[in-house]
Design a protein around this ligand. Structure first.
Ligand code: EPZ
Length: 421
């Protein structure tokens, strides 16, 4: 397995371009299963998770062509087998997103239960309960969700927990149901809004995406369309933290400042000069050491859990003591144990992490455990003395397009070391 070797001490400077959002591209690719015609999707990031989703669509019988600029065309009328096998789903839990579209379009779907992952149990009970509310018969047998419905019936669904892919799965299923569906306590993430935009381009009648109440009027059919995926706000935030943690000045172009209010607020609290334009954000640390900040994650528009690990790295070298409370996932602190190996002073008090910033970290071999944890270890390596070797960086390849190349553009000393195994 490949590893990344990072040599610390460089103040990053310059600009990078944001890629398309992984967490919008995945549901939008799944949504193509609903269409009676080809769906062309632009600005798709070239990531392992996207390749996995494309492979899953192909395996079910959809025709998928990928253009030279990663525009992806899906022709799903040829689906012969509405089935997502365990060996694919276990590599990417977002495969659960094909459940709603397959059921709505084909009246049946068999999708493997995703199982847990490093950051938590990640149940899908709310996805299943919502589909049952829409009239599906669902049984769980030998690790598979088996859902059937001649035609889904619109219903009012109240989600007891805000769930991003749960909201997306149910919104997609409701587009072909008979009558009206109201999803209460819906996720408000920009990726949910982007999916709704694509569904509307296909002819779906959806209002309220981006609020906690989404209303869908079911249609008989949806047409093909062309749609462009929105920029990745988490990738953007990760590069902004890279600028802040190294005391440098980094601009991210082709992004949406309005999707990062909570993150930009925390970067300002950490002492960064943050400026924004219509489609760019710049963080200038002016050579200063960051100030420690307190983070509490929660569903959008609050501080995103996917940026928590990156700010843990920032706090690790900040002036003062910062606290982190992760309220979305039950086990998203693994990166803290690895940051300790680099000299971070971290203690866990129940669900609160207390980080006392140190003047400097020292490079050491560490291991990535999940996507955003890997990013936080790279960020720490950018400021640690000496070299940090990060193993199992396939996690990074799942969610960051050309990560080391873009960091290199900013001056980082980072290289990929091909794996032995
Ligand atoms: C999405 O995961 C993202 N993935 C995650 O990004 C992100 O961290 C998460 O939302 C929260 O923002 C994609 O969009 C592909 P949830 P998702 O359902 O939808 C509980 C990354 O780094 N829950 O919003 O799986 C769940 O256990 C990834 O790119 C249930 O209890 O997350 C969690 O505590 C990591 N039952 C909470 O809801 C359910 O049926 C929020 O999870 C579903 C969820």
């Amino acid at each position: 397995m490949d590893s990344l070797q990072v040599t610390g001490g460089v103040r990053l400077a310059g600009e990078v371009r944001a890629s398309g959002a992984k967490n919008a591209a995945l549901p939008i690719l799944a949504a193509s299963l609903l269409a009676d015609g080809p769906v062309t999707i632009g600005n798709v990031p070239h990531l392992r998770d996207v390749t996995t989703m494309i492979g899953l669509l192909g395996r079910m019988g959809a025709g998928v062509t990928v253009g030279d600029r990663m525009q992806v065309e899906v022709e799903a009328r040829g689906i012969t087998e509405p089935f997502a096998p365990y060996e694919l789903v276990r590599t990417m839990r977002a495969s659960i997103l094909v459940l709603g579209p397959l059921l709505a379009r084909h009246g049946e779907a068999r999708v493997s239960l995703p199982g847990g992952c490093a950051i938590g149990a990640r149940p899908v009970d709310l996805h299943v309960a919502g589909l049952e509310a829409l009239g599906a018969e669902v049984s769980i047998e030998s690790g598979y969700i088996h859902a059937r419905a001649r035609r889904l019936e619109g219903a009012r669904i109240v989600l007891e927990t805000v769930t991003v892919t749960g909201t997306e799965n149910l919104m997609m299923a409701a587009t072909l149901a008979r009558g009206r569906t109201v999803i209460e306590n819906a996720a408000r993430e920009p990726e949910v809004v982007d999916l709704a935009g694509c569904l509307q381009a296909m002819g779906a009648a959806i209002t309220g995406a981006g609020t906690d109440t989404i209303v869908i009027e079911g249609r008989e059919r949806l047409a093909g369309c062309s749609y462009e995926v929105l920029p990745d706000r988490i990738e953007t935030g990760t590069f902004l933290v890279a600028g802040a943690i190294t005391g440098g000045c980094v601009r991210v172009r082709g992004t949406r400042p309005d999707h990062l209010d909570a993150v930009l607020g925390k970067l300002r609290e950490a002492g960064a000069a943050v400026t924004t334009g219509v489609d760019w954000i710049e963080v200038d640390m002016q050579g200063r050491r960051p100030l420690a900040v307190d983070i509490r994650t929660a569903p959008y528009p609050a501080f995103p859990t996917d940026m928590q690990a990156q700010f843990a790295a920032l706090d690790a070298v900040a002036e003062g003591v910062g606290t982190i409370v992760e309220t979305v996932f039950e086990n998203r602190y693994m990166h803290l144990l690895e940051l300790r190996r680099l000299g971070a002073e971290v203690s866990l008090d129940g669900r609160t992490a207390v980080i006392r910033g140190v003047e400097r970290l020292s490079g050491a071999p560490v291991m990535a455990t999940d996507l955003r944890a890997s990013a936080s270890l790279v960020l720490a390596g950018l400021v640690a003395e000496g070299t940090t070797d990060i193993a199992r960086i396939y996690h990074i390849d799942r969610g960051y397009e050309r990560f080391e190349e873009k960091l290199g553009q900013l001056g980082a000393v980072i290289r990929r070391v091909p794996g032995r195994a």
